[in-house]
Design a protein around this ligand. Structure first.
Ligand code: F6P
Length: 323
């Protein structure tokens, strides 16, 4: 392998720059040329390639966002778009790819590999931590800490005013962000897509806390919660317990920004190296990840289709600790 390219795609995540840096420096270390593709698949189609070297990634490990920018490309979903992307790779002499992103990124990479045979290794970069084949994704730890910091502040004002706050956190279809936020933030209740807790159950639980003379409450709601959005849940609770003074906070995109935590920098560096060394050792169509502290390569098809299960004991922890 003589020349590879790296790109970030989908939602950005803190630690993506640390991963890019590791990919670039590992390539340089092994005498491989490396290009960065701007704006993910969209830039691949348009030919937005930049030559990178060790200096290009200096002073980036601590920065949030992605120096290569990111996008969700509709055109890459078409055969015509993928053909244009492949033509660009051929024109630039690229013979291997490192794709940093989540589920959508790897779905694209898998189809692309099947159609055009370009070897690709994935690096799990998403705050959602919803990828099978790695215990943690790059950005998750930072996002949880950012959300938790916000929740601590909400708790202060909830307590001062004897209020019940419904706090929505990100995570797409998974409750991975919500659960540590609920446990670490001392929430009374956590609603995640995986357990489908009904709004009636939330109401019953809050009523019982209210009767035990609790005066402020925190309900953490994962954005993908199937009972409906956080506003609906809050409205139904208010209708059932009018004496509760309710408020809704959506933490939103601040969860995606900021300097990566030490864990995320470490994880990104480890997996970035593994991605390039995997490619040079003939790996293709796989995602590099860390499971039980060991480096593993998982086929894209599994990372995309297999569900990483939530540990049910965490739900019990919330119940016990909010008594
Ligand atoms: O996948 C990361 C994520 O932040 C999800 O948690 C969220 O559902 C989604 O991206 C938001 O995407 P966008 O920034 O395109 O609105």
């Amino acid at each position: 392998m003589k020349r590879i390219a790296v790109f970030t795609s989908g939602g950005d995540a803190p630690g993506m720059n640390a991963a890019i840096r590791a990919v670039v420096r590992t390539a340089v270390y092994h005498g491989i040329e490396v290009y960065g593709i701007m704006r993910g698949y969209s830039g691949m189609i348009k030919g937005e390639f930049v030559k990178l070297d060790s200096a290009s990634v200096a002073n980036t490990i601590q920065k949030g966002g992605t120096i290569l920018k990111s996008a969700r490309s509709q055109k890459f979903l078409t055969k015509e778009g993928r053909q244009q992307a492949f033509d660009q790779l051929v024109n630039h002499g690229i013979d291997g790819l490192v794709a940093i992103g989540g589920n959508g990124t790897f779905t694209g990479a898998m189809i692309f590999e099947q159609e055009f045979g370009i070897p690709t290794v994935g690096v799990p970069g998403t705050i959602d931590n919803d990828l099978y084949g790695t215990d943690y994704t790059i950005g998750y730890d930072t996002a949880v800490n950012t959300a938790l910091e916000a929740i601590d502040k909400i708790r202060d004002t909830a307590d001062s005013h004897d209020r019940c706050f419904f706090v929505e956190v990100m995570g797409r279809d998974s409750g991975y962000i919500a659960i540590p936020c609920a446990i670490g933030g001392g929430a009374e209740i956590v609603m995640v897509p995986e357990t489908q807790m009904s709004t009636e159950a939330v109401i019953d639980s809050l009523k019982s806390s209210w009767q035990r003379s609790k005066t402020s409450f925190l309900v953490v709601v994962a954005e993908g919660e199937e009972e409906g959005n956080v506003h609906n849940v809050a409205q139904q609770v208010k209708a059932a317990i009018p004496e509760l003074d309710t408020r809704v906070t959506i933490i939103g995109h601040i969860q995606r920004g900021g300097a990566p935590s030490a864990s995320d920098r470490m994880l990104a560096s480890q997996i970035g190296i593994a991605a390039v060394e995997g490619l040079t050792n003939g790996m293709r169509n796989v995602m590099a990840g860390i499971v039980d502290r060991k480096l593993v390569y998982t086929p894209f098809v599994d990372t995309i289709h297999k569900k990483k299960m939530i540990n049910q004991s965490f739900m019990r922890m919330v119940e016990i600790l909010s008594v």
